[in-house]
Design a protein around this ligand. Structure first.
Ligand SMILES: Cc1cc2nc3c(=O)[nH]c(=O)nc-3n(C[C@H](O)[C@H](O)[C@H](O)COP(=O)(O)OP(=O)(O)OC[C@H]3O[C@@H](n4cnc5c(N)ncnc54)[C@H](O)[C@@H]3O)c2cc1C
Ligand code: SF4
Length: 411
């Protein structure tokens, strides 16, 4: 493993204008970290990566590297691009347990972070590094958001998320589990109890429904619910499954179901294209999923799904839908057509405005319409990616810091 990483790092040309870097949504300092590593300073390379993106190790595993850094590497023009993700993973994975990352001297100012997915983890680490007294509020019984309760173990080992928890606790971050802000307590109670700024990173956890007849039947499930605890579904998936939707969630559902013994898994798409990354789509195919294009679901029955055939134009837009649907048989059906925010915190907080998609409205620096309350991640942008949540949260942490510094300097 180590030999491969070093050989791969040596292939980097240390370009003056590194295209790999422009392809990275969080502007990772490639090739600087690679050169630092090659000079023998692996700790400094780890620090560079962590400072730029506390979720570096996660991103090295789950990002769409083919479209981002590696897809832009100049080496790729005439052969294989430098495998930046492998080098990043090697360095970041080691740095995660670094003893450098400990509690910063406290400035005594309390901040609350609601949600512990990629957005919440990034903000809480950044704020703790700046000396704030951080408390994370999480509705579930553990941290990680989609990293723990969505992406399957075979793609992202949960042990990595456990190590983030250890790190956060070592940095003095307090974590409260099983507390849904907007239910028992709201933003008002957090301000009442002395939190001076609050960040909301509550993601998009509610599946979007199809709103067609048959959706409430017993053999019909939502992909994000299934991925949260696949074992709970054992015994009711049958031998055949129809998946509706073809994004990354659908790919994870297909691969998980196939590994659980479902023999026939069909991923159905309304158009003639899929929205999952090329890599995830390929994995799903190689593991045995079949893709069926141009199928619009119109009704779900006890036997399967009634689909109408569709026709698309060159830009994959639907141009016509047949009016004679036919039955595709299946024992179980999984709906995977994206997610929206759970409306609790957003709807229960006075002065917090949302847009027409129910997402938190924010200004340039992540400030919501309620003073002292910031938001980042999927709850702002809709279902996106880990690296986008981390990139935005990093900027929002700085904005919270500026806000609090101004407030205290005035006082
Ligand atoms: C199945 C699946 C696979 C994916 N695969 C990839 C991938 O391979 N690569 C990639 O880059 N992205 C992937 N994504 C997208 C990525 O995971 C998300 O963009 C990212 O997790 C968003 O981070 P977040 O912190 O905004 O939200 P989340 O990860 O959703 O975290 C939100 C957290 O807030 C908590 N919460 C919600 N409401 C409250 C409340 N009122 N009070 C307290 N806590 C609350 C939730 O329990 C959760 O822990 C995937 C998404 C899914 C669903
Ligand atoms: S584009 Fe490729 S070769 Fe050039 S600096 Fe980036 S990783 Fe190295």
């Amino acid at each position: 493993m180590a030999h491969n990483v070093i050989a791969e790092a040596k292939r980097c040309l240390n370009c003056k204008k590194p295209l790999c870097r422009t392809g990275c949504p969080i502007n990772t300092p490639i090739p600087d970290f690679i050169q630092t590593f090659l000079k023998g300073d692996i700790d400094e390379a780890g620090r560079m990566l962590f400072d730029n993106n506390p979720l570096s190790v996660v991103c090295s595993i789950v990002c769409n590297h083919g479209n981002q850094c590696q897809g832009h590497c100049v080496r790729g023009l005439k052969g294989a691009p430098v495998e930046i993700s492998t080098i990043e993973n090697f360095i970041s994975e080691r740095y995660l347990d670094s003893l450098e990352l400990t509690k910063a001297p406290s400035n005594g100012i309390k901040v609350a972070v609601v949600g512990s997915g990629p957005a919440g983890i990034t903000i809480s680490i950044k704020m703790a590094q700046l000396g704030y007294d951080v408390t994370v509020f999480e509705s579930k019984s553990d941290i990680g958001g989609v990293l723990r309760f969505g992406i399957p173990e075979f793609r992202l080992p949960k042990s990595i998320i456990d190590r983030y928890k250890t790190l956060m606790l070592r940095m003095g971050i307090k974590i409260k589990f099983n507390i849904t802000i907007g239910k028992a307590f709201g933003i008002e109670e957090l301000f009442r109890d002395g939190f001076e700024a609050i960040s909301i990173g509550t993601g998009v956890t509610w599946p979007i429904s199809l709103n067609i007849k048959g959706e409430t039947l017993g053999h019909v499930h939502y992909g994000v619910h299934f991925l949260e605890k696949p074992e709970a579904y054992r015994g009711q998936l049958g031998d055949s499954m129809i998946i509706i939707g073809a994004g990354n969630v659908a790919m994870d559902v297909a691969r998980t179901a196939l590994r659980m013994g479902v023999k026939d898994v069909k991923i159905t798409v309304r158009s003639d294209n899929y929205s999952a990354s090329e890599e995830e789509k390929e994995y799903a195919e190689y593991e045995g999923a079949e893709f069926v294009y141009n199928k619009q679901p119109v009704e779900i029955t006890d036997e399967g799904v009634m689909f109408a055939d569709t026709v698309c134009d060159e830009e994959h837009r639907l141009v016509s839908v047949s009016d004679t649907p036919t039955l595709m048989k299946a024992d179980s059906v999984m709906i995977c057509i994206s997610q929206r925010p759970s409306n609790l915190i957003l709807s229960q907080t006075e002065g917090l405005e949302t847009n027409e998609r129910g997402l938190a409205k924010i200004g340039e620096n992540g400030e919501t319409t309620r003073e002292g309350v910031f938001a980042s991640g999927d709850v702002v942008k809709g279902a996106k990616t880990v690296v986008e949540a981390s990139e935005q949260s990093k900027r929002v942490a700085l904005a919270m810091h500026e806000y609090l510094q101004k407030k205290h300097n005035k006082a």
